[in-house]
Design a protein around this ligand. Structure first.
Ligand code: ATP
Length: 260
């Protein structure tokens, strides 16, 4: 198992981390939602943050996107400290989020939503046309208000809206929320095609089995603290369950082997 303190290991072969989070503490009022969280995401990885309701997963993703300000700690992107940058400046550098609940402009059409995503786009492979090539149905329904789409279709438009900004890291917050399992499978099935364009993915997922299927690395939070960080292949289902629920038997992150 890889400890948070030495989360590189064999991953360091991938070069400089694209995203680094150092000792992040984030409060919502009096509540300490994140309490000293650190990790690195390397280029090309699918890095999954897992944890129960209220564990701090969305807070973490939103802090990386610049939507929450940490009390202490820092966020580095491609080796540069972006902790003080506003969300739009981070987006311009390639940190782009698909928010929980999709947050589409429901009265606007599919194409208008994609145009919103393209407004401050970086140069890169993704255009609205490229999104239509990947999802043919979207071209056919481009004039339709997104309110008329199914949940899965809306989630796909939200992903398309993020892609046209040409992210370097795509932050995905709970893609599976409120969707039928078959739809969730279809949406996660798109990730290889997206990764093939050179993206890195940092996702938050409450559905642990889904996260274990797609992730190259998992990081479990419990009440704002790291309880496990590992490659999926290096942990047992029991260790993941223990980390998720805070039971004895979880291997403490940062001290490999302990608790096993
Ligand atoms: P969920 O899966 O339910 O979204 P989560 O792991 O993403 O959970 P967060 O949404 O980050 O967890 O919430 C962490 C804690 O912070 C929770 O106790 C939550 O109630 C609280 N919290 C989150 N956002 C706010 C906010 N804007 N104001 C006050 N408290 C908040």
């Amino acid at each position: 198992m890889t400890g948070a303190g030495e989360a590189g290991g064999e991953r360091q072969g991938n070069g400089t981390p694209l995203v680094e989070v150092h000792d992040l503490v984030v409060h919502h009022g009096q509540l300490r939602a994140l309490d000293g969280v650190s990790f690195q995401v390397y280029p090309g990885e699918v890095y999954a943050i897992i944890g129960a309701n209220g564990a701090g997963k969305s807070t973490l993703l939103r802090t990386i996107a610049g939507l929450h300000h940490p009390t202490t700690g820092s966020v580095l992107f491609d080796g540069k400290d972006v902790t003080g940058l506003r969300p739009e400046r981070r987006a311009a550098q390639g940190i782009v989020m698909v928010p929980e609940g999709r947050r589409l402009f429901e009265s606007l059409s599919v194409e208008e939503n994609l145009q919103v995503g393209a407004t401050y786009a970086r140069q890169g492979p993704w255009t609205i046309e490229r999104v239509y090539e990947m999802f043919d149905w979207m071209r056919e329904r481009r004039k339709q208000p997104t309110a008329q789409l199914s949940g899965g279709e809306q989630q796909t438009v939200a992903i398309g809206r993020a892609l046209v900004a040409n992210p370097r890291v795509l932050l995905l917050d709970e893609l599976s929320l409120g969707l039928a399992p078959v739809v969730v499978q279809r949406i996660y099935g798109m990730l290889p095609q997206i990764l093939a364009t050179g993206l890195t993915i940092l996702l938050v997922e409450q559905d642990v089995s889904q996260a274990l299927r797609v992730a190259s690395h998992i990081h479990c939070l419990l009440e704002g603290r790291t309880t496990l960080e590992s490659r999926p292949a290096d942990v047992t289902a029991e260790q993941v369950e223990a980390a998720y629920f805070g039971l004895a038997g979880a291997a403490p992150a940062g001290r490999p082997g302990e608790g096993e």
